[in-house]
Design a protein around this ligand. Structure first.
Ligand SMILES: Cc1cc2nc3c(=O)[nH]c(=O)nc-3n(C[C@H](O)[C@H](O)[C@H](O)COP(=O)(O)O)c2cc1C
Length: 200
């Protein structure tokens, strides 16, 4: 995850410090966070995504704009995210409001990726049913060849791009051997952040 222009408020710096510590301690998937959303029938859904940037007060990941989660975000823009970094025994809970990133931001991220990484983004109708995994692989291989031959030179597909979560809550949780876990929280009300602790 790349950090840029983080607000000077404490919780953002604290998040960055924990993240760097998790990576330094060998947490290989530190950028993976579980994001939960709620659909139009109030059914919650969770899945992991890779958060690629923390830009200003926004956590950012990339996905398909026609996926199940995309439908959820349209129905309800309130989301929460959970990071678990086992090597430092830290959990971070985050809450915020989700929206699509600016098109030029998604364009740049798409252009900067290795073309082979973009093949799945181009070809897969994420979350839609398909008869078999083999069929998906065939679609993938055919597109991969086109990308590698230079036959496919289109820019970012319009149904793929970034999502940003404007964060208004953090809980930093540290494990304690006797279960007296440490819980430090930050909540944004109007424009200011308040800090408090929760019992474990
Ligand atoms: C560690 C990990 C990272 C993932 N990263 C992403 C990601 O960045 N973007 C994405 O769309 N899906 C990612 N996925 C797949 C999602 O978990 C999920 O299967 C997919 O987005 C479809 O979810 P949906 O049907 O709820 O829309 C990742 C899965 C794992 C396990």
């Amino acid at each position: 995850m790349l950090f840029s222009n983080l607000p000077k408020d404490n919780p953002f710096q604290i998040f960055q410090d924990y993240y760097v510590r998790a990576e330094d301690h060998g947490d290989k998937f530190a950028e993976a966070g579980c994001i939960s959303s709620v659909d139009k029938d109030n059914q919650p859904h969770s899945r992991f995504v890779n958060f690629k940037y923390f830009f200003e007060d926004n956590l950012i990941f990339f996905s398909n704009y026609k996926s199940h989660k995309a439908d959820n975000f349209l129905a309800n823009d309130k989301v929460c995210i959970n990071f678990w970094w086992p090597n430092i025994e830290v959990q971070v809970r985050i809450e915020g409001i989700i929206s699509k990133c600016e098109e030029k931001f998604s364009d740049k991220h798409f252009q900067d990726r290795k073309p082979s990484k973009n093949v799945a983004a181009i070809v897969s109708q994420q979350s839609q049913k398909i008869e078999s995994y083999d069929l998906l692989k065939q679609k993938y291989e055919a597109m991969k060849e086109k990308v590698e031959n230079g036959e496919y030179t289109d820019s970012r597909p319009k149904n793929w791009g970034g999502y940003q979560i404007k964060v208004h809550f953090f809980e930093f949780w540290e494990a304690n051997d006797d279960r007296l876990n440490y819980r430090e929280c930050y909540e944004k009300n109007d424009e200011s952040w308040s800090k408090f602790f929760l019992q474990s």
